[in-house]
Design a protein around this ligand. Structure first.
Ligand SMILES: [Mn+2]
Length: 357
């Protein structure tokens, strides 16, 4: 298990010199932040990024994410061009010795929350999600909102003028079913996985977050059955999973230690996001500290499962609370994620030593 930390490049308020001071840290998880989705990542920029990270005594361990262009998810006429670019990016990443690439296949919206700063009793704030706040809006409703300019809905991080730009995409996704999305994912993986294999790169799909449909959009990477379907789409160990406990966790049917054992036995877990969430009603949860007793997930059992499968890949704490007056990108402050690492390292050391008694 290699401990890592997500870093958002030179514009991240959290400098690498602070990340390097976290005990037990191996390296960072990052990406080229300023390349538009779908364009080829250039070797020169990648080499510069790697050199910069290395200059702080850190390794550039994982790329999160090489995002997938909407044309590929929609399976439209432009997809082959973008798939070609994706392949070239993988080849270029192999030149700087990257072994793990994270990506996701969520239509339009990446991870989605209804509150980016829900206050907890202790004065910290956390990300939270409550389906009721989305008022069962569908894509048609969103199109209506764009047309009529209704302002009685807000989605954090998605300003209404940005929704305007999305109008065309909303229209296109109205015709995309879950099965269409599966077909388009298969088409993409059939093209990309052989190249990843040649490049010695493991591809880990990030689960949909939250793991259910929002706005009527298809979401497919949500549960054990669907993760198995993903793994079976292309029978090559390079085709694997970024197992994110906090994304899969809000679906109470997802037993995270069981998923780790199940997909670990197939050698398909390439990267691990470990964090906790507190489930409320159905389709409602908030993020917590990493501590088991603060949330609904048992982090001891999760780390034990990783230890059992002999996981040697990278792990990172995921979102953290905002504490100690830190001002940072929601979920991505330094303090609570560093506390998360200390806790995960403690669990791991204890479990390892127990094993050797
Ligand atoms: Mn995650």
């Amino acid at each position: 298990m290699k401990m890592t930390f997500r870093w958002y490049g030179k514009n991240d308020k959290i400098p690498l010199k602070h990340i390097a001071q976290i005990p037990g840290i191996n390296g960072v998880v990052t990406s080229l932040m300023d390349v538009p989705v779908g364009e080829v990542w250039q070797i020169s920029e990648l080499m510069e990024l790697k050199k910069y990270v290395n200059s702080y005594g850190l390794n550039l361990e994982v790329i999160e994410s090489v995002n997938v262009h909407e044309s590929i998810k929609l399976g439209d006429r432009q997809r082959d061009k973008y798939i070609q670019n994706y392949k070239e990016t993988l080849v270029n990443l192999s030149h700087i010795d990257i072994k793990t690439v994270c990506y996701n296949f969520m239509p339009i919206f990446d991870w989605t929350r209804t509150d980016l700063a829900k206050p907890l009793k202790d004065g910290s704030t956390v990300l939270s999600f409550d389906d009721k706040q989305l008022k069962n809006l569908t894509l048609d409703d969103l199109l209506g909102i764009i047309k009529n300019g209704s302002k009685d809905v807000s989605i954090p991080g998605w300003e209404l003028d940005r929704l305007d730009i999305m109008e065309e995409l909303f229209k296109q996704y109205k015709n995309i079913s879950e099965e269409d999305l599966w077909d388009n994912l298969k088409y993409f993986l059939n093209e990309v996985i052989p190249i990843a294999d040649e490049c010695d790169i493991n591809m880990g799909i990030h689960p949909d977050d939250p793991p259910w449909s929002i706005f009527g959009l298809p979401r497919i990477i949500t549960c054990k059955k669907n993760l198995q379907r993903l793994v079976d789409l292309v029978d090559n160990p390079r085709n694997g999973i970024t197992l994110c406990s906090g994304s899969l966790g809000p679906n109470g049917d997802n037993n995270i230690p069981d998923l780790i054992r199940h997909f670990g036995a197939q050698n398909r877990i390439h990267f691990a996001h470990v964090r906790n969430i507190k489930s409320l009603d159905k389709h409602s949860f908030y993020e917590t500290s990493h501590l088991s007793s603060d949330g609904s997930l048992d982090l001891y059992e999760i780390i034990k499962a990783y230890n059992e499968i002999g996981f040697t890949g990278c792990v990172r704490p995921d979102h953290g609370r905002m504490i100690w007056n830190e001002k940072a990108m929601p979920g991505y402050g330094l303090y609570d994620r560093a506390l998360g690492i200390a806790y995960l390292n403690g669990l791991y050391e204890a479990i390892q030593k127990e094993k050797n008694v």
